[in-house]
Design a protein around this ligand. Structure first.
Ligand code: HEM
Length: 467
């Protein structure tokens, strides 16, 4: 049964809930369709399986709803409970909620600000990785190259750098990092939030991918645990201060009873899980769009050259001066809609949105995919046009509707890190290479495959060294 005064939505039937009354061939297409918003408006009440679920399609309503405290829980995903919970409780950042989550998040944000983006040293790590990538790409020029996974190692290296192995970087053929990366990829590509509507899937662990997810998760913990142990040993032997994330967390544990090794392990898993495929996929989408829209690629290159001639090098400190490159990155976020929605939220108490009743435990999603393609917010949304993010005075426009990192109290803690990395990698690549259509394969079209997010379908390009 639908709850009383629930937001408007399609009728429901037993077991499947609203699904038979939603248009589209797949569950993803049914949920993110324009049809639902056209029929029911900005706040839509659905029943999925037997669970109440509210989809917010208006960006202003989403911003307001998510900035309060009522809707910042995370649903108790029955499949994630099997894989990540201890005694029925979630730890870390991604899946947890409540006071413990708030505490861990506050500490993580503080340390990430100190070491992640605020310090030039992490910018140096990004520049170093970007230069290695340029060297790697130089071995692939003048032929068709399959773009799939090229950015994973440099992106994971930057994360390892921040978490705790500042003096070690993995090379492109290191078997251990390749295996680690493949696990992250499997988790992200095979995942999908919508499976959680159907708790029954946990009784079919092979069919639902639960067994693979469980094994992958176990394997991911191994190198993280090794680093935690190495930090503990180093601290015990030298008693010296450690300024990377793992080191700072271990030191905090000595005085703060809410911090413990289990939380630390879960946070590290979350940072890798949320911070690798997202960034590398955005970079892949960027290469696809730059190849498709040569004029945009040329304008990025001209900006980089112009600033270089004025003495402005590609660096985190100078990031804001590269207006057109940053506008292009925003347009990649909009056009790809890598994140079609926020990660599902949960009502922590009975509450209201726009006068409708939202009962405790209701799942909440937004529809950023729809907003990103809505002509009310983005003129001619089908065009790839970075200039929509630049005003008449040549400054970057902050567009409140484009929110790839979410909004409100659970907004992505990795936004600055991600934007910094994407900028540095992309600017360095555009400076060195020209990306053109492949010779013997179909040209990229920005095609998407669904996993935990909308991910780029592998495509071919030709890489030419700029003279
Ligand atoms: C292109 C890159 C990225 C995009 C588009 C992205 C987007 C998002 C979105 C939409 C959310 C959900 C917000 C919500 O539920 O309301 C999120 C959460 C999160 N992201 Fe990111 N993200 C990116 C990169 C990163 C990076 C680099 C890191 C860390 C190193 C990271 C760590 C996290 C974590 C830990 C959460 C969960 C936060 C919580 O629930 O408190 N993300 N991200």
């Amino acid at each position: 049964k639908k709850p009383r005064n629930f937001p408007p939505g399609p009728p429901i039937v037993p077991i499947l809930g609203s699904i038979p009354f939603m248009k589209g061939p797949t569950l993803n297409e049914k949920i993110w369709s324009k049809d639902l918003a056209d029929r029911f408006g900005p706040v839509i009440g659905l029943i999925m399986g037997n669970k109440p679920f509210v989809l917010i399609t208006d960006p202003k309503v989403a911003k307001q709803a998510l900035s309060g405290d009522d809707l910042i829980g995370r649903p108790r995903d029955p499949l994630a409970l099997e894989v990540r919970a201890h005694n029925g409780k979630f730890f870390g950042l991604f899946l947890a909620d409540g006071d413990n989550w708030k505490h861990q998040r506050r500490f993580t944000l503080k340390v990430m600000k100190d070491i992640g983006i605020g310090r030039s040293i992490s910018g140096d790590a990004m520049l170093f990785e970007a230069d290695q990538l340029v060297q790697k790409f130089k071995t692939m020029v003048d032929r068709d190259v399959l773009m799939d996974g090229q950015f994973n190692i440099p992106v994971v290296n930057v994360l390892w750098f921040m978490l705790g192995v500042a003096n070690v970087r993995y090379s492109y053929d290191d078997p251990e990092i390749l295996a680690f990366m493949e696990l992250l990829r499997q988790l992200f590509r095979g995942g999908g939030f919508l499976k959680q509507f159907f708790g029954i899937l946990k009784y079919f662990p092979n069919l639902s991918g639960l067994n693979v997810r469980r094994a992958t998760n176990q394997k991911l913990r191994v190198p993280i645990q090794r680093e935690i142990d190495a930090h503990k040993l180093f601290h015990a032997e030298t008693n010296s201060h450690m300024n990377d994330f793992i080191g700072q967390y271990l030191e905090e544990m000595e005085t703060d009873p809410m911090m413990n090794e289990n939380e630390l392990m879960n946070i590290c898993q979350d940072l890798f899980g949320a911070g690798s495929e997202t960034v590398s996929s955005t970079l892949l989408f960027s290469i696809a769009y730059l190849t498709m829209y040569k004029d945009v690629q040329d304008e990025c290159y001209q900006e980089i050259l112009r600033l270089e001639q004025d003495g402005t090098q590609i660096s985190l400190q100078n990031q804001n001066r590269f207006v057109f490159v940053n506008a292009t990155i925003n347009e990649v976020f909009r056009k790809s809609s890598l994140t079609a929605s926020i990660i599902p939220h949960r009502a922590l108490r009975d509450t209201q949105i726009m006068g409708y009743d939202i009962p405790y435990d209701t799942m909440i999603l937004t529809n950023m995919l729809l907003n990103n393609n809505d002509p009310t917010y983005h003129k001619n949304p089908e065009d790839f046009n970075p200039k929509r993010f630049i005003n008449d005075s040549g400054k970057l426009i902050k567009n409140d509707v484009l929110t790839p990192f979410g909004v409100g109290k659970r907004v992505c803690p990795g936004e600055s890190l991600a934007r910094g990395e994407i900028f540095i990698f992309l600017a360095k690549l555009i400076r060195a290479f020209h990306f053109t259509k492949p010779l013997a394969h179909p040209p990229p079209k920005g095609d998407v495959v669904w996993g935990m997010a909308r991910l780029p379908k592998p495509f071919h390009v030709q890489i030419q060294l700029r003279k």
